[in-house]
Structures are given as C-alpha cells and as structure tokens.
Design a protein around this ligand. Sequence first.
Ligand code: IFM
Length: 449
Amino acid sequence: MTLGFPDGFRWGTATAAYQIEGSTTADGRGPSIWDTFTTRSGVATGDPACDHYRRYRDDVRLLSELGVPYYRFSVAWSRVMPDGRTVEPRGLAFYDRLVDTLLEHGITPMVTLYHWDLPEALQAKGGWPNRELADHFADYALTVHKALGDRVRQWTTINEPFCAAFIGYGNGDHAPGIQDEGAALVAGHNLLLAHGKAAQALRSNGGEQEVSIVLNFAPVLTDVDDAVHREAARKFDFLHNRFFLDPLLGRGYPPELLADLAHLGTLEPAIADGDLEIIAQPLDVLGVNYYAPARAVPLEDPEADSNCPLPGLRGMDVQPPRGELTSLGWEQRPECFTELLLWLQEHCGGLPLVIAENGAAFEDEVVEGRVHDEKRVRYFAHHLAAVHAAIERGADVRGYMAWSLLDNFEWAMGYTQRFGLVHVDFETQKRVLKDSALFYADVVARNGL
Ligand code: IFM
C-alpha cells in the first residue's frame, strides 16, 4: 500500500552552517560563539566539519543525484558580518554561489538566517539578553535578503529559539555556555523580538516571500493522569512549546507561564511596550522540528530545582526516556508526531506547517562501501507515516525536511552523533549514501511511502 502525499508536497533535506561548513577563518569570517565555546570547552570544533564551504558544489551534486528538490541551509551571520554589523562581501558571496548552484541543479533553496552561531562580537555586547541584538539581527536579515531575495523565496528567521536561549544561557550546555536562568528568559524574549523585526525587514525589501520561524516541539507525556501530573506536564509544555509559540500567534506569553517564572524576576520587566505586536508578525508557515517527546513528573519539593533546561521551573521534573532510543538517547514515538501536528493545526488556527527537521542519530558503519542503517530507515518510515496520518486527519502539512543531509558537527556532542542520510568520513571527507538516503530518494520520487 502506498501512502501518498499531497501534490506539490515539498521534500527536502536540511543542514546548518556551523555544523557543516568548516573554513571558520576563511574569507574574513569572524568568530562565532560556537568557535569560542568549543575552543574553550575542548570539545571538537566546527572545523573542518564537512568542509562544505569548499565542497559545496559536490554536495549540491549529491543532492541532485538523490532527486530531493528542496534544500534548507543556514547562513552564518559571522561570515556575512564578522563583527555582527559590517558586511564582508566575500562571506555573502559564498551564499550567492551556493544559491546559484542549487538553482542550476533545479533545487529550491530555503534560507535560515540564524541557527545558533551568534557573532562573538555581539556576545561581547551581552549576547541575546541584550535587546539591541534584535535590531542588529534585522539589519543582518535585510542585508542577506538584498543579496539573495531575488532568488530565494522561503525565509526562516530563527531556528529553535528554545535551544539558543535556554540551553545557551540557562543550563549552559550550548554556546555561549552561560548559566543564568533569568538571562535565559530575557534571551528567549529578545530572540522572538529579533524574529519579529527581521520579518518586518524581509518584507520591507519587497518581493514575494514566505516568512517563517522554526520551533522545536516536545509533546509531554506523563505516567499518571491525575491533577498533579497534568500540572507538571502543563509546566513543561508551556516552557518548552508555548513560551515561543503563543507570542508568535499574537497571544502573548501564557499567564500561567509568567506565574511559573515570576520568581526569576526577569521576563516581565524585559517586555517593553509594543514588543508583543512586533513579535506577532504574520507567519506564512510555521517550521516544526520534532524528534522526541518529553516525560514529566511532579516534584514533591516545590522549591527544588528541576532537571529541565531551566532548572528554576519549579514543581516538575523530567524523567528518563523509555522504549526504543536513538544513539543520543532520544525516545522514538512517531505517534506523538501525529498528535503534535494535529494539536498545532488547531492551536495555530490552520497556519500551514512545514516539517523543518526530523531525523535520528544511530551508530553507522561503512561495510564494503555501504551503510546499512536499517534503524534510520525504520525511523524515517514510521515518522513519515505519522506525518501522513496527521495530513489524513486534517493537518495542513506542506513539506518535510529530513535532518540531515550529511553527518555533521552535533554541537556539544561533537562528531559522535551521526544524523546524516549521507555518511561522512571526517578524516577523508568521503561521502557515502546510506541506505536511508536511497529509501528517502524513493519516497521523494513516488511522493509517497
Ligand atoms: O543537529 C540539531 C540541529 O542543529 C537542531 N535541531 C536538532 C538537531 C539534532 O540534535
């Protein structure tokens, strides 16, 4: 039986600049917070990653051989503006060449302007807790749009502000590695503000474009359906999912969430008059990243710190994942994907959705020139079936971007986690199509599963 997808469904793959480009000092690129963080913490750095800055033509050729018609990539702010404000034409020229090469191969480029690699010079000004960054981001967005807007139609402002704010400034596991929950909340607000200002800037430059933001969602599961468990789940859900979603939809921060976070004392004072209107720029589509659900449990001591990225979210804790896990230890629950999409369909009032990332890391091995990654094939098959089920039940899902085209630099985990459809030998930079790439190419060719 074939599960057919709607006509015109957008099939793609996704990557992000710092995870694949390498060449971190080439052509005037300035340092980003990830260069500083990885150098300081001694984990592997983003150089050479997949050496994509120099090998992009080969990678585009690979994409075209796979027949996947959309490609979502991110622009490195510190390449285009090494100090966060002054344009470096050689950096901009790289993305110009990349877009042209994609188009020459019949591949539609989808640009993400920010995938976590803040120019270090702007971190020196306080980073995302400094609201001035929202204006700098809008200037940067306009600069990139002026350079590529004649050829690129799909624009995403920010990828996963949850991670940029709460993991970067809350628990400090990501760059810039700061542990200050109050600052993390302000960073979250300023990232939303930056999105709103960038959306305005993109639209001010004319042309027909689709403007989106990409959020990572974690549906929340509990073991027991009683009031205290439901409240624990509500807390995590509001922090993880609705902190970002509701202001974008013009509903402001949910009052219960403001109450959950009031003891940290920073979020409400950071919301200036007019901010919520700026944040609520109309979205043409919402980018949805789904990997795994979270499990919530009530914390008996209401004053105790929880085990979530914002430990000061009191009254709940996060439980370990269960069942079949990926190599990153993430729980595989495709059915939660269907439920999430149906919930979004309703909560967002019919806003079109695009899956901007979905995929899994497993331990892969090259054997006689092949990578038989059955677990990833199964993961994609089940998750695509879950998307299909959501569409059948009324969700307006317009596309699916597999994460990721290439094995790459997985942030704090360095090169230990392979998410690619294409295996990369980081010593030789040899690329090998995994079985999952062939499987995905077949799905794309049939527009069905
Ligand atoms: O690799 C990341 C990506 O950069 C953002 N979303 C989640 C992926 C897997 O962890």
